[in-house]
Structure formats: structure tokens, C-alpha cells
Design a protein around this ligand. Structure first.
Ligand SMILES: *[C@@H]1O[C@H](CO)[C@@H](O)[C@H](O)[C@H]1NC(C)=O
Ligand SMILES: *[C@@H]1O[C@H](CO)[C@@H](O)[C@H](O)[C@H]1NC(C)=O
Ligand SMILES: *[C@@H]1O[C@H](CO)[C@@H](O)[C@H](O)[C@H]1NC(C)=O
Length: 390
């Protein structure tokens, strides 16, 4: 098979690049493009030989793109315009501008790419940006498939429901329907549990806490703390996730030699006291965790699960009657669980990144969480690439 010539747009820390490696497909990245200084540092650190363009996409001309002679585009356009929590500016949002520029550009390329893969948040499927994308694909003669997938579908205990579109340019001998139906067949093979024919028919299989929380808005300072209690339905859902043997256990993704460093990741007393009941707590034997977002390690609600290190302590015994306790007793109780954050390495593991991913020393832990939270699940994308290119 000939090497693909890939254009990686909004490359971030290189999630698509790692997915290509993971897929086993021969490839060459002709250019990776992003303007985020932190993720660019990380990308360059891990892929020193890949041409990384620190440029806005709108600043790159048709001519420049033509010169790259790429046959594949992989992209994760900014998702804030489409999240439920974001302002949903859709195509009016300035952050969608570069994506619209690409949609305008593709039909004018001297050779349109043979393959396109796009990743975005749940919510994109309803956007005008998606409508425009589909219109462009149809007009240019692509066949395409849209699906919603979470890493649990590939056995990874992390919810991160995302929209994916894979498109292939139709050759003279193919008709849209045939390719579409063969894609469908293959998608159900790769993701036996994912809905595949149409992204609107999806079962609500995954943690609702994770949906559309790609970029949660920062909490308002001085907001009163709400003590939210888990409902019976939540507890039932978690139990059934933890009993699902098609998904691996959290312990397979933990760092082995963390002991010395564990203190560093324990939740501070202030966080425990304020947010104890909002935490999503998992044990090493669990088969679930919620989506890690860019605010992990800084904000608590909806940013990702925390790990209970002392598994002998019963969560029920700690939380029962907690509200009536003095702060001091409350803290003593909560500390029995030894709750800690997942380390950036562990978050990377749960997102399917290989051990070879590393961070430059000057990138702080918080920046690492942020960069990872904005990235994608490598294993999921690798499977989709295999499907697209097979
Ligand atoms: C990227 O470009 C910006 C603006 O031109 C510049 O300030 C920044 O230093 C550049 N970053 C890198 C890593 O080259
Ligand atoms: C998205 O579109 C589907 C189908 O048109 C609709 O059922 C659903 O309510 C929409 N969701 C939102 C958030 O608009
Ligand atoms: C187990 O997990 C898979 C993948 O997420 C899911 O599709 C399936 O329905 C789950 N099985 C049960 C019994 O919940």
C-alpha cells in the first residue's frame, strides 16, 4: 500500500498522528497545523520531524495547500461552538471560521483528498456547520458515514462520546449506496455496540455527565456549593457499567510506580470539604470513568473521575451522615478514602496514547491535563482509520 499523505488540521498534541501510528497504515504527515503554543510545544517534542505549522488556517492560501499534495485530511475542529454548555454559536462563532474556510477550500483544490476524517463533540450532528460539511461532501462526490462512539465500545473504561465522520471520495466504479452500506457493515463489526447507520438513532448508552462537556465553562466564583446526591438510577447505571466484562478495569491503566509520588495527586482538604458529593469516584476494579476535560485537576464537577486509593474503606460508611458532621470530622472521614486525581500519564493511558507520548519539562501538570482533555481517544480513531482505509 502506498503511503498516505496526510494533512493534520487542529493537530493539538497529535492525537490523530498517534492514531495513524496505532492503525498500522503507512503514512506521511505533510503538515500538522495548530496555533496553540502549549500543544505545539508538546507536538514538536514528540514529533520533531513532522512539519508543524504554527499558523491560522485562514492564513494559508489555496496555493500553499495545493503544494502539499495531500490525499487525506484528519481534523478535530474547535468544538466549543457546538457544545451544549458552550454558547452554541455554531457557524456564527468566530471559532468556526477556519472550518468554513476549509469547506470552501476543498472543492477548489487541484486534487481533492481521497479520505477525510473529522472528530467533534456530541452536538455537532445538529449544527449548521455539519450541514455545510455534508453539502460539500455530497457536491464533491464523497461517500461518508457518521457515527457517535465512546471508548467503552473498544473496551476502554472511559466515557467520551464523540461525533465522527469518515468520508471517501467516490471513484467512477462506486456508487454512494454500495459504499455506504459496506461502511455500515464494517462499522458494526468494529464497534459492535455502537449505533452506526445514523447518528440520530443512538442509544443513550454513556455517562450523561460526559456529553458535550468538551469545554465546560469555568465555574462562577462564589457560586453556592450544591450537595448533589446520587440518585438510585445513577447508582444502578454505575453498577451495570462496573459489571460489564467487555470493558477493562481501571487498574490496567494506572501507573505502577506511583507510591512515592501519590501524595502529589491527593485531593486537597479544601476540595474534599467543598466538593465531596460532586466527585465521580472510581476504584481500581471499576470498569468506568467519566470524560476527562480540560479543567481536570482545577475544577471538580464534570471534569473527570477521581480514584479511591484506599479500597478497604466503604464509600457508604464515609458518606452516610456526613452533612451532620463538623468540618473536622468530615475531613477525617473523607480522607479515609484516599482520593486522588489520575495522573496525566494515566489520563493519557485511558485516552489510548502510547507510552512514547511525553511532555517537555516546562509543561506543567495542569497544562498536561488541559492538552489531554482537548484531545481525542487514539484507539477509537485508529479503528475508524482502519475502517476508512480498508
Ligand atoms: C507561534 O506564532 C505566534 C504568533 O505569530 C508566536 O507568538 C509564537 O511564538 C509562535 N510559537 C511557536 C512555538 O513558534
Ligand atoms: C438534534 O437533532 C435530532 C434529530 O433532528 C433531534 O431529535 C434532537 O433533539 C436535536 N438535539 C438538539 C440538542 O437540538
Ligand atoms: C457493555 O458495554 C458495551 C460497550 O459500551 C455496551 O454496548 C453493552 O451494551 C454493555 N453491556 C451491558 C450488559 O450493559
Amino acid at each position: 500500500m502506498e503511503s498516505l499523505r496526510v494533512l493534520e488540521l487542529y493537530c493539538g498534541i497529535g492525537g490523530m498522528h498517534y492514531a495513524l501510528k496505532e492503525s498500522g497504515v503507512p503514512f506521511h504527515i505533510v503538515a500538522a497545523i495548530d496555533i496553540n503554543p502549549t500543544t505545539n510545544q508538546i507536538y514538536r517534542h514528540n514529533f520533531p520531524d513532522t512539519p508543524l505549522w504554527n499558523k491560522t488556517i485562514e492564513g494559508i492560501t489555496l496555493d500553499d495547500f495545493n503544494k502539499l499534495c495531500f490525499d487525506t485530511i484528519l481534523m478535530s475542529p474547535p468544538c466549543q461552538p457546538f457544545t451544549r454548555i458552550g454558547r452554541q454559536g455554531d457557524i456564527q462563532d468566530p471559532r468556526t471560521k477556519s472550518f468554513l474556510y476549509i469547506l470552501d477550500l476543498v472543492p477548489r483544490l487541484s486534487t481533492p483528498p481521497r479520505f477525510i476524517l473529522l472528530e467533534n463533540v456530541k452536538g455537532f450532528e445538529n449544527s449548521s456547520a455539519r450541514e455545510r460539511l455534508v453539502k460539500m461532501l455530497v457536491e464533491c462526490g464523497y461517500t461518508f458515514q457518521e457515527i457517535m462512539v465512546s471508548p467503552t465500545s473498544v473496551g476502554i473504561p472511559n466515557s467520551r462520546l464523540r461525533y465522527f465522520l469518515i468520508a471517501k471520495i467516490a471513484t467512477e466504479h462506486t456508487i454512494l449506496k454500495t459504499i455506504n452500506s459496506s461502511f455500515r457493515g464494517q462499522i458494526s463489526d468494529v464497534f459492535p455496540h455502537a449505533a452506526h447507520s445514523d447518528c440520530y438513532e443512538l442509544p443513550a448508552v454513556l455517562d450523561s455527565a460526559c456529553l458535550g462537556t468538551c469545554q465546560p465553562e469555568d465555574p462562577v466564583e462564589g457560586d453556592p456549593v450544591l450537595y448533589k446526591v446520587e440518585t438510585a438510577a445513577d447508582a444502578q447505571r454505575k453498577r451495570s457499567q462496573n459489571n460489564n466484562l467487555s470493558v477493562r478495569q481501571i487498574q490496567d491503566f494506572l501507573e505502577a510506580q506511583l507510591e512515592a509520588n501519590e501524595e502529589h495527586y491527593l485531593l486537597p482538604p479544601k476540595t474534599l470539604l467543598r466538593y465531596a458529593l460532586l466527585l465521580d469516584i472510581v476504584k481500581p476494579t471499576c470498569r468506568r470513568s467519566v470524560c476527562f476535560t480540560k479543567g481536570y485537576g482545577r475544577y471538580v464537577e464534570g471534569t473527570g473521575s477521581v480514584l479511591q486509593c484506599c479500597v478497604e474503606t466503604q464509600m457508604e460508611s464515609v458518606f452516610t451522615g456526613l452533612d451532620q458532621c463538623s468540618e473536622e470530622v468530615k475531613l477525617q472521614q473523607l480522607q479515609k478514602l484516599k482520593l486522588r486525581y489520575f495522573t496525566p500519564r494515566e489520563v493519557a493511558n485511558l485516552m489510548g496514547f502510547p507510552q512514547s507520548l511525553s511532555f517537555p519539562v516546562q509543561v506543567t501538570t495542569k497544562q498536561q491535563y488541559k492538552a489531554l482533555g482537548n484531545s481525542l481517544n487514539v484507539v477509537v480513531v485508529a479503528r475508524l482509520l482502519q475502517l476508512l482505509l480498508s
